[in-house]
Design a protein around this ligand. Structure first.
Ligand code: FAD
Length: 456
């Protein structure tokens, strides 16, 4: 017998329940990935993610080849391609992990319908995206948790299954047609500092980082210059790493750093269970509605300055340039630039979220949209009116200005923390710098925000 395993956001061999089940159920298995025309059509396949995906697929193919198999890649509408592959290899079953987004759930329904017509069974396995499936823990009287801390408490008590080992051999039938693997070198417009993708790199990275970074994580994770976080988010986004396995391994490591890391991974699950219950929150305000954002056209110059990293607030500009250069940004930096856009410039969170999705290699509808809403005060933040002052943040999380000097070369000559307020430098030194004045007075931004939210 032959089974097809459809890989989607789970580009790995370790801890892969659908692959595991298919290998037990069938003599031969076709590992399949479809470059889905549906995702292309909505423009979600931005260059940084396309480049990282290409790495993930090459790595998956090479790991399968080490085990006697290979990856079959097809290009087109996902349901059509899965049906065609199943027909070509005479498969009786298609295995896939349950999706958590609305798009993935629709894909599942359409697959069930299409394969049903061909007499092929669709076997949907537990989600492999989160450590705990959305909806697995719920508060009484609701279908999801709207506040993180009680969710984390319940989530921590779930006794999850042990992560699965990677299979030793995978036997793929002959004669299944595949497209050539996409090549990262063919992707135009990707950021120059983009990390290499793939399960092998992701596993190496976690192994290396957990030896020194994990125990320092609790104390150092907010330090912008130290860059002490795991940088595993793109591997988690593409499922090159299993969130469940990371949680198991961090807990086995133990200590306050590991606990803080697990808590952060839980934020990812938290947002997934919110969006699974309220799919419309990817575009609409989740809790508090705000209709009075500035008009996009009126704010066009401010938005452009924010995107390009020339707001005149060095820490904001450093972060926006890191995003463009690496396709990634430190979490503390994401918080402060999102607060700056939505609360200081009073621009709709959707505009910022769109820009992030254009560039982030870990860009993810769930985590991006819901973190943006959290910062904008329309989402799950229990203190929606808090405003992060970029100067206070800069002095606290980049105390000697190293992060700013790394990303804003125009300010490299300014020593120490003075770099955070170039407008305070002596006129002669200020005059030497090719760097803009602040786009807005923070006090004016705060007054507008308070007024708009009816809190002055
Ligand atoms: P670490 O600090 O090492 O954390 C470990 C893992 O925990 C991360 O890889 C990530 O998977 C998860 N995690 C950590 N913080 C969060 C969080 N706040 N929400 C959800 N998961 C979290 N993360 C994305 O994966 N994709 C996004 O599109 C995304 N957009 C964001 C937009 C904004 C405005 C903000 C404030 C945050 C966003 N985040 C997003 C969350 C977070 O910033 C990144 O996950 C984190 O910076 C990734 O770096 P790391 O892997 O070194 O994280």
């Amino acid at each position: 017998t032959v089974a097809v395993v459809l890989f989607t956001s789970d580009l790995r061999l370790h801890d892969h329940p659908p692959l595991h089940a298919a290998l037990q159920a069938a003599d031969e298995v076709v590992p399949l990935f479809v470059l889905d025309a549906g995702i292309h059509a909505v423009g979600f396949d931005a260059p940084n993610r396309r480049a990282f995906l290409a790495d993930c697929l090459s790595d998956l193919d090479s790991s399968l080849r080490h085990r006697g198999g290979r990856l079959v890649v097809r290009d087109g509408p996902v349901v059509t391609e899965v049906r065609a592959v199943a027909a070509e290899c005479g498969a009786t079953e298609v295995h896939v992990a349950a999706g958590v987004t609305a798009y993935a759930q629709r894909r599942e329904e359409r697959l069930r319908e299409g394969l049903g017509e061909d007499g092929v069974a669709l076997r949907v396995h537990e989600t492999v995206i989160t450590a705990v499936a959305p909806g697995a823990v719920t508060p009484s009287g609701s279908d999801h948790f709207a506040v993180f801390t009680p969710y984390f408490r319940r989530w921590s008590q779930v006794s999850s299954r042990q992560p699965l080992a990677a299979p030793r051999t995978v036997c793929v039938p002959d004669g299944v047609r595949g497209e050539p693997l996409p090549d990262r070198a063919d992707v135009a417009g990707a950021s120059r500092g983009l990390p290499a993708g793939g399960e092998t790199t992701g596993r190496d990275r976690f192994a290396r980082w957990s030896r020194s970074g994990l125990s320092r994580y609790e104390d150092r994770h907010d330090d912008l210059a130290d860059d002490a976080t795991s940088r595993l988010s793109p591997y988690l986004h593409f499922g090159a790493l299993s969130a469940l396995e990371l949680v198991h391994r961090a807990r086995a490591h133990g200590g306050p750093g590991a606990e803080a890391f697990v808590r952060q991974v839980c934020w990812r699950d938290f947002h997934h269970q919110v969006l699974a219950a309220r799919p419309e929150a990817s575009v609409k305000d989740y809790r508090t509605r705000h209709d009075r954002w500035r008009d996009e056209e009126d704010a066009a110059e401010d938005i452009a300055a924010w995107r390009e990293g020339r707001t005149g607030y060095p820490v904001v500009d450093a972060a926006m340039r890191q995003l463009r250069h690496q396709g990634w940004m430190h979490n503390r930096a994401r918080l402060l630039v999102a607060s700056f856009l939505t609360k200081t410039l009073y621009v709709d969170w959707r505009i910022g979220a769109r820009h992030f999705l254009d560039l982030l290699v870990d860009g993810d509808v769930v985590n991006n949209q819901l973190n943006w809403q959290w910062v904008a005060g329309t989402g799950t933040d229990t203190r929606p009116h808090r405003v992060l002052n970029p100067l206070v943040q800069a002095k606290r999380f980049d105390p000697d200005g190293t992060y700013v000097r790394r990303w804003v070369p125009e300010l490299r000559s300014v020593s120490g923390r003075k770099v955070h307020e170039p407008w305070r430098l002596a006129a002669a030194e200020r005059g030497e710098l090719d760097y803009p004045d602040p786009l807005i007075d923070l006090a004016d931004g705060l007054a507008r925000f308070k007024h708009a939210r009816g809190r002055d």
